[in-house]
Design a protein around this ligand. Sequence first.
Ligand code: MGD
Ligand code: MGD
Ligand code: MO
Length: 721
Amino acid sequence: MSDVQRLLQGKIPGAATGIEVKKSICAICDPLTQCGLDLYIQDGRIIKVEGSKENPYSKGTLCSKGASTRQYVYSDDRIQTPLKRVGPRGEGKFEPITWDEALDTIASQLKQIKEQAGPETVGFFAGYAKFFRPFLKRLAHSFGSPNYMTESSSCYQAMSMAQKLVFGRPGGPDIMRADCLLVWSANPFHANPGNGRAIQNAKERGMKLIVVDPRVTPTSALADLHLQLRPGTDGALALAIAHVIIKEKLHDQDFVASYTYGFDEYKEYVQAFTPAKGEELTGVPASKIQEAARMYASVKRAAILPSASSVVHHTNGVQNYRAVFALAGLTGNYDVLGGNLVNPPSFIHTPGLIPTREHDFVQSRPWSDMPPRIGADRFPVWMDIIDEEAQAMHLPEQIRTGSPYPVKALLGFGLNYRMWPDSEGFRKSLEMLDFFVNVDIFMTDTCKYADIVLPACTSVERSELRCYGAGYIVFTQPAIAPRYQSRSDIDIIYDLASRLGLDDPLFQAGLDASIDWILEPSGITAAELKKHPAGMFVPNPIKPQERKYREIDFATLSGKMEFKSKVLEKYEDKSGHAALPVYTPPKYSLEATPELAKDYPFILNTGSRLPMFVHTRTFRLSWTSSLRPNFPSADMNPTDAVRLGIRQDDTIRIITPKDAVSVKANLTGMVQPGVIHMYHGHQAADVNRLFEEDYLDPLSGFPGFKSALCKVEKADERVVL
Ligand SMILES: Nc1nc2c(c(=O)[nH]1)N[C@H]1C(S)=C(S)[C@@H](COP(=O)(O)OP(=O)(O)OC[C@H]3O[C@@H](n4cnc5c(=O)[nH]c(N)nc54)[C@H](O)[C@@H]3O)O[C@H]1N2
Ligand SMILES: Nc1nc2c(c(=O)[nH]1)N[C@H]1C(S)=C(S)[C@@H](COP(=O)(O)OP(=O)(O)OC[C@H]3O[C@@H](n4cnc5c(=O)[nH]c(N)nc54)[C@H](O)[C@@H]3O)O[C@H]1N2
Ligand SMILES: [Mo]
């Protein structure tokens, strides 16, 4: 073998082999901060993928999904050209068209609908993908529509709402400096490896770890204390912990006296939540409740790591999380180093400590100059508290009923109807639209309902701006040319802005100029960032500061931290939203609906993250799916399985009053008896069919994905999955 052959075999970069290493980031999953990629490129094709050591978040590591980048990029399911539907909706018959024809058709349809029915009848939607969102929101508002919507109608915003109701400004856990971390429902070892590493490092220096999770997970396995509650009982547990803290005078009396509103009524309310009552309501032993209260409240600095989804995927989710976040106020751990520190978002929700003008960029027209957002009547607290977007969970109903005004067209970027509860119902609503465009990387079932489908490219084929903590920022450049005719979502948005004739100077000036405008307060430009392909630290990061509330009031109506919400006081009579973080069991539960629970005795908890899958994205890759054979499956405790005569990998039916799905049984002690856990989004067994469209938290509109009632039957052996 010649030297060059050997170098080629080793995929060694250099002039001899023609192999070049280019920097990019992986956006296969999108927890805001992204892992850095070193892509080995030969003749314009990626031949090898490694993690970038420079990336401060991933530090050279990649998970199974990032390691599968080549399978993702070179998948046969990629959409190759713009497509026009030629068959009935859903059938999947399309004809290729040119980009010019596609964009002209979209622009002329949207303009016509705007003229005839008003700009608000056009919805703009982003699925889980995040990098283009600021630009899509600006497009919607510059067009005149208040209906910019995202997947955050079922993710993040309700957690944020709970924090905003308590503190005004949300605070994130300062894991690096915490003496105790209360992980309230997250499992970062599967869902956010960067946080997993941070927890492991902090444990090594002696940080105490409490994990509140109904399942046994890699995170709970590391914990000093695991509180294994019944799903959806988080509020009761938090109130019982508060009971112990107050009773044992472990709370921060100075903070409570000077900076809080409603403490006396809250104190009175938690009286009833004795540890014994807590045990009865949650299943967590009273002694562990006491131990957790002491562990969290007696250290100097304690932080809470919340989840963007699990606690708020319940019909009582926001109230439950208010009770949890109240603990940070009670113990004076809000906005302190090592506690829940407030760092303003830099770009796309990331508290990067980088000063930007994102808010002014995205809100190109004030809400007051536009008609009410979708969901405004039904979720008024959302409209009071959530500044970013409309509540998309109301979209299927508003399309169907035309009330309070019709929705005629949707411009979707990665819209996936299986994200919603009653996914079948939403699929049918999509058929009622006058005009539907979907932009996606892959041909999905949702795309089959669109009039026009556009091919998006992946992160390695485009430019995107990402901010990381500690003032690190990346503006990637395409590492390979976009495959086929695919394009970056941002380019599509800018082209549409131009064809829609929007009088918007930043859209006219282009992406680099827009980025310069957004980053102006940080003193860096797109040109400067391009010189640092793996990213750079900004010259003037914002210094983290604690206890800012001493100078500026809390952004609540009282100007204080609120044990009792003044916003909710407004709605107490009208909508029955309690102003205290009152605990009520999930809408469908043994406690609330005992009759229903007789026929449907299991709690159905859906969507706990698996390390190799991201929603619907990586089922199609053989590398990732090989890590989870016999999928789709549902997890059940072996004691339940034995009782029902179910063995590992048997086909079972999961049945709710709404519908049923068939899956394989996966027997595991990770889950409690009486609870069935199932992953969401799979084409062959879409668990979201089992939820009613209006099974929502009345405060946030978030679906109760983690507490429906179901029954389980062993399926007829002839059912083939
Ligand atoms: N039952 C149940 N349902 C849930 C959840 C649950 O826990 N249980 N979780 C909820 C939560 S928290 C979330 S965040 C949502 C996520 O739900 P979705 O938004 O549906 O998530 P994905 O399937 O990741 O992405 C949707 C589409 O975006 C496409 N896509 C990927 N990257 C890009 C891109 O760069 N550009 C474009 N245009 N398209 C792209 C993908 O191919 C996919 O078809 O699901 C929610 N639904
Ligand atoms: N690999 C992978 N990573 C992902 C994603 C993915 O699809 N795949 N999705 C991303 C997205 S969109 C999100 S929102 C995040 C979610 O990130 P996480 O919230 O960290 O992950 P989950 O597994 O959804 O939920 C965490 C834990 O909540 C527990 N849980 C379920 N119900 C309850 C409850 O009622 N109370 C309490 N206290 N705990 C409960 C589950 O058992 C689970 O172990 O992950 C992100 N990261
Ligand atoms: Mo999410």
